[in-house]
Write a protein that binds this ligand. Structure first.
Ligand code: G3P
Ligand code: CA
Length: 375
């Protein structure tokens, strides 16, 4: 009996055929990064070269720049009188001498201080106490850095100009910070996308289209960033916990009996595959070009979280046309692991080590570069 098609079956077959013919291969992560002007894989210096110098200070940012990192990462906050600056924690206790200079306000959020007050603080000495093997007299008295100053640092080495990878930190505390950031970047000429994909003169991402990447854990801030800076690449940061991916188990750290938070996070996982996918979909629908998931580190420690860079997770993210920049990885064993799992860039405190891992040899040693910069 000859095979016959009804009109509707024929139409369906044609549509399916047409669909197949039109379904292009998903763009590769390398192409995606190149289109955005983002190095592949990207070296993102987390709070500067913060293993070797006090985090978020000029010493850490200049070192990261001169080592050749692609991006200077920073957590953006705003002083009481409107100055944008870099600080990770919600208060000043861990990384400054606020308890000595402002004892009655030592627990206050940093945004309750004026810029003049913040500039009186010593943001370097804590590092010498915490890490005596890496201590330097010149770190004593280092200052909290404004965004203006970090931009100047990023522009300051003619041989290598890194980009900026800026996180809106606790954005609910800073209404309108996304617009403030846009105005500052515009004012400094950092929002123009002129130039080739990776820079006009091959001296780093800081001269090209992907010179700024914006990052946040909060969907509302991502929306605001997208509204203010629609053409600037954005990353939605992910972790398993409140405000982000829902965990499989509701057990708290205290209830878990685990000896460390890292051990607790290591046992956490997304509620199910659909929950993970939902967050990747939301990142994309809100305008992100990628996600920034957490990693479980081999030797744990305080930056070890839930493993959200399993190969199947990265594949799912890539299949949806998004990049994966994992945080925060410092050791070769983990560089190897996350690269094998398929990530496209790494936040690291140890920019020198990651650059060496990628065989991008820095021009000088950490010691020499610190010394050259007066530290
Ligand atoms: O921004 C990526 C990574 O820095 C997120 O964690 O807490 O170090 O800002 P955190
Ligand atoms: Ca950060």
């Amino acid at each position: 009996m000859p095979v016959t098609f009804t009109k509707s079956a024929l139409l369906l077959a044609l549509m399916l055929g047409l669909g197949q013919a039109q379904a292009a291969d998903p763009i590769s992560p390398a192409e995606l990064a190149t289109n955005e002007g983002i190095p592949y894989p990207a070296v993102i210096a987390h709070r500067g070269a913060s293993y070797d110098a006090p985090e978020s200070t000029a010493a850490a940012y200049k070192l990261a720049r001169d080592l050749g990192a692609d991006y200077l990462e920073m957590d953006l906050q705003r002083s009481k009188d409107g100055v944008l600056f870099a600080l990770h924690d919600n208060n000043l206790q861990r990384t400054t001498d606020v308890a000595t200079k402002f004892p009655e306000r030592k627990d206050a959020p940093a945004n309750e201080f004026t810029w003049a007050e913040l500039r009186t603080l010593d943001a370097g000495s804590w590092f010498n106490t915490a890490y005596p093997d890496r201590a330097r007299p010149a770190f004593v008295g280092l200052k909290i850095q404004s965004l203006d100053e970090i931009i100047k640092i990023a522009e300051g080495n003619p041989q290598h100009k890194p980009g900026l990878y800026i996180e809106t930190k606790e954005p609910k505390q800073f209404p309108g910070i996304e617009a403030d950031l846009k105005n500052k970047l515009l004012d400094k000429g950092w929002l123009s996308s002129a130039g080739s994909k990776l820079g006009k003169s091959n001296t780093g991402v800081g001269q090209g289209k992907g010179r700024v990447v914006l990052q946040t854990f909060e969907k509302d801030s991502l929306k605001a960033l997208q509204k203010e800076m629609p053409n600037t690449p954005k990353i939605l940061l992910l972790w398993v916990g409140p405000g982000s991916i829902e965990p499989k188990s509701a057990q708290t750290f205290a209830e878990s009996g685990e000896p460390t938070k890292a051990a607790y996070y290591a046992k956490q996982e997304p509620k199910d595959a659909a929950e993970f996918e939902k967050w990747v979909d939301e990142a994309k629908s809100l305008g992100a070009i990628g996600t920034g998931p957490s990693a479980e580190l081999t030797h744990h420690g305080d930056q070890s979280y839930t493993d959200l860079v399993k190969p199947e997770m990265n594949k799912l993210t890539h299949d949806k046309g998004l990049l994966v920049h994992v945080y925060t990885v410092d050791e070769p064993v983990d560089f190897e692991k996350v690269m094998k799992a398929g990530v496209d860039g790494i936040f690291t405190n140890r920019a020198a080590e990651l650059l060496k891992f990628y065989k991008r040899w820095p021009s000088s040693s950490v010691q020499d570069l610190l010394q050259d910069n007066g530290y």
